[in-house]
Design a protein around this ligand. Structure first.
Ligand SMILES: [Cu+2]
Length: 229
C-alpha cells in the first residue's frame, strides 16, 4: 500500500508540472496548489453505506478565495472511487463522458483511489463561486457522491441554508431527535419527519414542541443536526 501511495503522489506531481507547462492553468475553479503553500487540510472520506448510498464525507467545504487546500482523501469503501473538483457545468459534462466510457483520467483536479487507498489533491481556489466535489464513476454521482464547494466569504455565508422544523421528540440518551422539517436542499430531501443525530451542545438547546431553524448534514453516514438557531 505504501508503494501505491507513493506512485499516486508521483503521478499527481508529474501531471501538475505538465499542467503548468502547458500554461492553461486557468480553470474556473482555480489551479493546482503548491504543497509548500498549503493553508489548510480537509480530510475527506469516500465510502458506501448500508443504505446503498455512496458518499463524500468531510467538514463543510467552505473555502476563502485564494486559499490553498490539501484534500487528504481516503477510500474507506469496498469499491473504487474518484474525487474530482470542478465547476457544476464541467462535472455534468464529464459525467456524460464517463457514462459512455469509464475512463481513468490523470488531471491535477482529480484522483482515483482503490478501496483502502489514500491520496491527496492540493488545490488553490483562485475564484469565488459554488463548485462541486464529486465521483464520476458511472452511477456513483447519482448514488450521492457529490458535495458543494463554496469559495468566497459572502457566498459561503449565503450558502448555508437553514431549514425550518418543529421538534417532535427528543431522546437525549441516544443522541437522537425527531424533527418535522421542510425540504433539506443540501441533502436533496423533501419535507418530512425524520430522526437526526445531534451532539450534546445542540441537544441542550432543544425542547420538544420547539420551532427551530437548522442545518443538517451527513456525519459518519448519519443525518446530523450541525447548526441550529
Ligand atoms: Cu465513487
Amino acid at each position: 500500500m505504501k508503494k501505491l501511495l507513493l506512485s499516486t503522489s508521483l503521478v499527481l506531481f508529474a501531471s501538475t508540472g505538465a499542467f503548468a507547462d502547458v500554461g492553461h492553468a486557468k480553470m474556473a475553479i482555480g489551479m493546482p496548489g503548491h504543497t509548500a503553500k498549503v493553508d489548510r487540510t480537509i480530510d475527506v472520506t469516500l465510502l458506501e453505506n448500508d443504505e446503498g448510498e455512496m458518499l463524500i464525507e468531510s467538514e463543510e467545504m467552505t473555502i476563502k478565495q485564494g486559499e490553498t487546500i490539501r484534500f487528504n482523501i481516503t477510500n474507506k469503501g469496498e469499491l473504487e472511487h474518484e474525487f474530482v473538483l470542478d465547476t457544476l457545468e464541467n462535472i455534468a459534462e464529464h459525467k456524460i463522458e464517463m457514462a459512455k466510457m469509464d475512463m481513468e483520467h490523470d488531471d491535477p483536479n482529480r484522483i482515483r483511489l482503490d478501496p483502502g487507498a489514500t491520496g491527496e489533491v492540493v488545490w488553490t481556489f483562485a475564484n469565488a463561486g459554488t463548485f462541486e466535489a464529486a465521483c464520476l464513476i458511472p452511477g456513483h454521482y447519482e448514488s450521492g457522491m457529490h458535495r458543494a464547494v463554496s469559495v468566497g466569504d459572502q457566498i459561503a455565508q449565503a450558502d448555508v441554508e437553514y431549514t425550518s422544523g418543529t421538534i417532535k421528540k427528543i431522546d437525549a440518551k441516544a443522541g437522537k431527535v425527531t424533527i418535522i422539517h421542510g425540504p433539506l436542499v443540501n441533502l436533496d430531501m423533501p419535507a418530512m419527519t425524520m430522526v437526526f443525530r445531534a451532539d450534546e451542545a445542540i441537544m441542550a438547546k432543544m425542547a420538544e414542541g420547539q420551532d427551530i431553524e437548522f442545518v443538517a448534514d451527513r456525519v459518519k453516514g448519519k443525518l446530523t443536526v450541525t447548526q441550529m438557531k
